[in-house]
Design a binder for this molecule. Sequence first.
Ligand code: BGC
Length: 734
Amino acid sequence: MTIKNYHLTLRDVASHDAEYLETVFSLANGHFGVRANDPIMGNPITGTLINGFYETSPITYGEAGIGYAQHHQTILNLPDLRHLTILTEHGHRFTKSRRTTANLDLTSGLLTEKYTLETMQGESIYLGVQSVIGQGQQNFWAVSYTITPENYQGILVVSKSIAVPAEAEELKSADPRKSRIAGLPECESDFITQDLQRYHVKTRRTQESVTMYLGSLTPNCSLLRQPVDLSDGRPHVLEYEVYVGDVGEQNTIDPAATFLVNSWVGLQKDSRDFWDDVWDRSEVTVSGNDELNLAIYYNVFQLNQAAGRDGRTNIAAKGLSGSGYEGHYFWDTEMYMLPYFIYTNQPMARQLLFYRFQTLPQARMRARALGVDNGALFAWRTINGEEASPYFPAGTAQYHIDADIAYAVGRYYEITRDLDFIIQCGFEMVLETARFWENFGSWNQVDTTSRFEFHTVTGPDEYTALVNNNYYTNRLAKHNFNLVVSLAHEILADDPNGLEPFGLSEADLDVFSNLADHVYLPYSRELRINEQDDSFLNKPRWPLSKSTPENFPLLLHYHPLTIYRYQVSKQADTLLADYLFPEDLSLDQLKREYRYYEGVTTHDSSLSRSIFSILAARMDDPEKAYRYFMDTARMDLVNLQKNTADGLHLANLGGSWLALVAGFSGFYVQDEVVHFNNHLPQEISELTYRMKIAESVLEISLTATTTNVTVISGPIPTYGVSVNGEMISLVKVS
Ligand code: BGC
């Protein structure tokens, strides 16, 4: 398979609003992200997001309650690094700008744009902008501006600096919407030399700081006043680089020396090397449909851009492409994005899990705040590990995040056998979450059956809140109990005293096994389907057929209590559990369940369609799977949810990869066997993709009649591989 040269251009994107384009063409590297603001007209004081760099402010409740989340955590929207000021020699400023081309090279990470600029007096020039973000050298971003005369051919004065927001003015504002801007950070800036600016930003409450340096890569170029003579009619190039320090890093770097090491060309190579490696491990080709192929490529690209790699940060719901959802991390990571990393880049997956591990102390405190004496409850939405959701019915009540994290640990271990990680971090997370469930749940005797139940919870479907026995939650909690037992046995097999540090005995394991056996899973005998919860099927159905498109998403048009009264789902809920545990139900039951829940689901959440696609593929309805998949694959490129301007839908990007891999190629792992089942829809003539599991890169290639799995590099794996129900021996292609 040859890696194609994929580019996203202006032509490929459906909506051309400025803010939408800023998101879609954003560059990021897990540490920070740069939105593709218009360099002349864009907002110079916002556009850069640093993963995990946030300010807090008190959450003000009209009616507060005990144990409510206390503080907002809001990612800081920092100054735009792309901004540039250009004046003619007569002091006329170029204030109008039109983006005429944009081209994001997905194989190298290079963003190339062209603008036409104009002054109020009608003088015009062309501005070419190329930018790249360091991927190995994650503190760097570089930009090259090419200025070419149009009708103006005189002298220009170019200035570039990192803008300091006008904080005093905004702090005094009486506008209540600006009250949160009280968190505006302290900013200081100075020019160390004429071609080097230092910019220091410090949060007021958390007292975290970051230092940035802006330097010129063009020799003898003044940042604040650089004359450019266009009279020769030739293009003039000015290159700059920005160093974005780590959060809390001491101000000890020598930026001048660092900048010398990093030339514009050097940073481009650094980026290309990174993307070569990514595509080598996770190339995806969908033959016969270039548009779709580009979309998938783009999604994988953005997933890699968004993911924090340092173990201190994670993947925000909008990645680093926008400040929507305040830069918070959700269950989205474990259930939708982590699978891509688990099956293509295990060290990254480990880092993402490690982030959660570090938040265990906060999770333990959260469990106590919720009146649960043992175990840990991870935050529903957070940056620093503390709960930041002010709306508990669709926030903290989504206790399932605990079992989601445990589930992800299990999946990671299954494929890596990384016992070291389990002993150091993973087991403690699984144990603490199991302990939470043990103490949170309660026994209920119904006739002769003892059931272990979970009350007043919210499942993934945020249109149904505070219910008893949400099927998804209960099924995942059951898995959490089973997982703690199976991982404990792995530890014991390695070291008979291995459980001592965890204060765990064999008798404790029996308790967990017993709980797993008794977790209640609601089932409707009448409909012969799993019930979303104890009351869901008894409610009146939301009149979906009578609702017009303007009524959606429901959450923007109806009081939550109105929505909660009805049988209506925002996203896959019970079906998500069915996807995760294929062994649980027959194909017939799956079909019944799918038909039922499809009829009551609005897909108002971007986390929904990918799951419907995967299950349709499993039910051998590839055409339906394809339809859902198309919406998933192109969601942000066509602005399907109409809010891409706030940032990309990262969970959906991960979901689109899952839809190809778990859906069309029927990939799953069970009992140390990797399974592939061909469910290719007729619209796709060939699907080829790669996975890296341990040291082996596998290539999986499907057509309507063939399913091939080969080893591209690394050793022949030790795990078994099954294709369409038959075990095969892998061969290595040279
Ligand atoms: C979804 C949640 C999701 C959150 C962040 C909400 O709309 O309902 O499941 O975690 O968005 O992506």
